[in-house]
Design a protein around this ligand. Structure first.
Ligand SMILES: Nc1ncnc2c1ncn2[C@@H]1O[C@H](COP(=O)(O)OP(=O)(O)O)[C@@H](O)[C@H]1O
Ligand SMILES: [Mg+2]
Length: 380
């Protein structure tokens, strides 16, 4: 039998039983809502995070990520909804457990180490119990963040990246069930960030902590998350594995959050839409309804003019369409080439790897990977 959090809530199971049941989340949030001065900032947020899982709350600034995290932490009260950690209710109607009783670790952008304490004292700060066990835990964590030799230094003797790793060790020391991280890497130097992200992720996985990480950077979410919960206007608009979020966005804005996008506009007729690239299947769109076909720049293929003939149509790429280069930018890893399409004057941007820098005004043919297109209702 699988024990679910619901069973525990009904008193059918003990909280301790639920490590065994894979289906039981370490953190479960349902219907979480919060308003400030009559303005809804978080609305009906649901999350479920298993031990060792990293869920990223991703969205633009002001969409309610930090407020959601603060409610889970218990430093902010909820207006509605429930928060469960390890099968215990932390918040709900008439219930608000204080942060120190929730079994959570927290790490924020402006994490402050205690300046008058050594690195070892900072890490052992939240620990109780026999001092030999505490010292062993501190040693182990300092080793794992690669700073064992820094134990007796003070925070001001450390670089930003080193301080960040100490803050991680400090948050993890009491073995929190749930780790809450709010933009923890945004204060760090760009060059340091990737390495520290990877090291942090490795330690979080080893500790089997359930992690909720807030970020406004899609790259960070793609790199860190097992699951991304995409937020907009206080709501989760889509959640899933990074692959699914990237390759099957729910709408145009969700697609645009992860990369530049191209929009090909048309009108559906008989479940088909005409474009410079031939007909597209647009089932479910009424006759006369505007549709938008979305494609990321890296899924446009470029081919040569061949004296005006262009490439032959293929089942996967469909028909090619001719355009002229109006802009080309070299970005190092890729080049962005912008085209004006001959058929309708629309602009499309293709990302090509490396140093392909065509001359302005040159005619080239574009093909679009049909399996990489997303079709959404357009605006009238
Ligand atoms: N204590 C508060 N009082 C009033 N408004 C708040 C408070 N906390 C957050 N807000 C507002 O709620 C919205 C969401 O904030 P926040 O959760 O911090 O967003 P994010 O972390 O996604 O940038 C913002 O418009 C912010 O100004
Ligand atoms: Mg925030």
């Amino acid at each position: 039998m699988t024990v679910t959090a619901k069973d525990i809530g009904k008193g059918k199971a003990e909280p301790g039983q639920f490590e065994a049941g894979q289906a039981v989340p370490r953190l479960e949030v349902k219907g979480l809502s919060r308003s400030f001065a009559g303005r809804a900032v978080v609305q009906d947020v649901a999350l479920s995070v298993a031990p060792g899982q990293v869920t990223c709350l991703l969205g633009p600034s002001g969409c309610g990520k930090s407020t959601t995290l603060r409610m889970i932490a218990g430093v902010e009260t909820t207006d509605a909804g429930e928060i469960w950690i390890d099968g215990q209710r932390m918040a709900g109607p008439g219930l608000h457990l204080p942060p120190e009783r929730r079994g959570i670790g927290m790490m924020f952008q402006d994490f402050a180490l205690f300046p008058h304490l050594t690195v070892a004292q900072n890490v052992s700060f939240g620990l109780s119990g026999p001092s030999a066990a505490k010292a062993a835990r501190v040693r182990d964590l300092l080793e794992r963040v690669g700073l064992a030799s820094f134990a007796s230094k003070h925070p001001h003797q450390l670089s930003g990246g080193e301080q960040q790793r100490i803050a991680l060790a400090r948050a993890l020391a009491p073995r929190p069930q749930v780790m809450l991280m709010d933009e923890p890497f945004s204060g760090l130097d760009n060059r340091l960030r990737d390495g520290i992200r990877d090291a942090t992720l490795e330690i979080l996985k080893e500790e089997r902590t359930a992690v909720v990480l807030v970020t406004h950077e899609p790259d960070e979410a793609m790199r860190m998350a097992d699951e991304i919960a995409l937020m907009r206007g206080g709501r989760i608009v889509q959640s899933g594995a990074p692959y699914n979020i990237y390759n099957a966005p729910v709408d145009k804005a969700a697609a645009a959050f992860f990369s530049d996008i191209n929009v090909i506009r048309g009108t559906s007729k008989g479940a088909l839409t005409q474009t410079p690239f031939g007909e597209f299947l647009t089932p479910g769109h009424a006759d006369g309804a505007p549709v938008e076909i979305i494609i990321r720049p890296q899924h446009l293929k470029i081919d040569f003019d061949r004296g005006g003939r262009g490439p032959l149509p293929t089942p996967q790429d469909g028909t090619a369409a001719r355009g002229r280069v109006v802009r080309a930018r070299y970005l190092g890893r890729e080049s962005l080439v912008e085209f004006e399409m001959e058929a309708d004057g629309s602009r499309l941007t293709a990302s090509v790897p490396g140093v392909f820098m065509p001359q302005l005004g040159r005619a080239l043919w574009l093909m679009i990977r049909r399996d990489r297109c997303f079709v959404f209702p357009g605006q009238r």
